[in-house]
Design a protein around this ligand. Structure first.
Ligand code: HEM
Length: 366
């Protein structure tokens, strides 16, 4: 634990940790789009701004409504890979938390299905004819479903990293809901921390759309997006402080250990890069390719850095050395050929779907 992540671990453990982080980062990017995007749509469905402002029809709201169902499926699919790695890595700690939360944990599945279909309803033409109260209910309902899912993952993560003494107390208590002082600040941090990712992805989408649709100016939207991203960064810092105050003081030592310190610095530098580049976008009023690329690099630095720091904290609560042998045994299990064969078949099918959609979209626009 005194060497930079993941180099101080035996190869099999380092391999699974590395791929866990890599795949988790992909999940977090899509999940952030879903969480903050659904939150944005919920807010504009409540505070519509009336007929003059029409916040529900801004380019950002339109793009989000259009792409939310896709982003949900991407977030869910991208959740599978870290889910597989985490089971190999942490065994008992992961399974016990799931078993203890039981039905409460399984509630994620129906809630995700409801959220997914509501997001389609939100983008349909039918809902435009509905009374405003129903539109508000659908907008808020979509957000509530994904907030619940995020809350469940956070609850599960905290329960799984607590010492086994807590597990037995929780087991004998009649409660399905795990309470922990870090739950609220951690949830708040995930929720507001999702905003800069969502804004960056929407900015790329608008930039692409602006080019292909030949819309000349989106300057008011650039302003809205850069202010939202900057607000997301400031709120993340505030919620980070709140979370830090709820953490055990021994966590300082973990975060500044040789294992995690470089990643903490990368995460903070990433935040600084994002703040600077969004300020430039705000002043220039243009979704400039160069500055958006710099923002994206800063964003990936922050997500990657924070993911490793998060893992370093978990590693400090679990006896990972006791699991080295099981990791080693896992690398000797076969199946690479079957995996690669299905990977190629599925990748080809997905690319084919994209080509078909693109071809049909082009023929429809002619
Ligand atoms: C779109 C709905 C989803 C949202 C909003 C969401 C949100 C989250 C959040 C907030 C975390 C971090 C928890 C924490 O560190 O406190 C997380 C972690 C995770 N999520 Fe998701 N998630 C979603 C769907 C899924 C699905 C369907 C899967 C699995 C197929 C999944 C797999 C994971 C895994 C493996 C982790 C890491 C858990 C850990 O390290 O303890 N997620 N998710």
């Amino acid at each position: 634990m005194n060497t930079l992540f993941p180099f101080g671990f035996p190869f099999p453990t380092a391999f699974y940790l590395g791929f866990y982080i890599l795949t988790l980062v992909i999940h977090v990017i899509f999940m952030n789009y879903v969480l903050a995007g659904a939150g944005y749509l919920a807010v504009v469905s409540v505070f519509t701004g009336g007929r003059t402002v029409q916040r529900q029809n801004t380019p950002t709201a339109l793009v989000l409504r259009d792409w939310l169902p896709f982003a949900i499926s991407a977030a869910i699919t991208a959740g599978v890979a870290p889910l597989l790695f985490i089971q190999i890595l942490y065994k008992e700690n992961f399974y016990t938390a799931n078993l203890l939360l039981s039905h409460r944990w399984m509630a994620i599945v129906p809630v995700l299905i409801v959220g997914f279909y509501l997001s389609y309803l939100l983008k349909s033409k039918t809902i435009e004819r509905w009374p405003s109260i129903l539109r508000v209910l659908v907008g808020v309902g979509v957000f509530a479903c994904f907030l619940f899912t995020a809350y469940s993952w956070t609850e599960n993560h905290l329960l799984s990293t607590e010492d086994p003494g807590t597990w037995s107390d929780f087991y004998v208590s009649p409660s399905f809901i795990y309470q922990h002082p870090q739950l609220l600040p951690r949830m708040l941090l995930w929720s507001v921390g999702a905003i800069p990712t969502m804004v960056t992805l929407v900015a790329w989408q608008l930039r692409y759309k602006t080019k292909s649709d030949r819309v000349d100016s989106l300057s008011s939207e650039n302003r809205r997006l850069s202010l939202l991203a900057l607000a997301g960064i400031v709120l993340s810092l505030a919620c980070g402080g709140f979370y830090y105050s709820a953490m055990d003081s021994s966590m300082d030592r973990i975060m500044t250990s040789s294992l995690a310190l470089l990643y903490l610095i990368i995460a903070v530098l990433g935040l600084m890069v994002q703040s600077f580049s969004w300020t430039v976008v705000l002043l220039r009023q243009r979704l400039d390719f160069r500055w958006l690329t710099i923002t994206t690099i800063g964003l990936v630095m922050t997500i990657l850095g924070m993911s490793v720091v998060r893992e370093a904290i978990r590693l400090s609560t679990i006896d990972i050395e006791a699991l080295y042998q099981q990791h080693e045994a896992a690398t000797r299990v076969g199946g690479l050929f079957v995996f690669l064969a299905f990977f190629i078949v599925n990748a080809a099918l997905i690319i084919w779907c994209f080509v078909l959609v693109r071809r049909n979209a082009q023929s429809l626009s002619r």
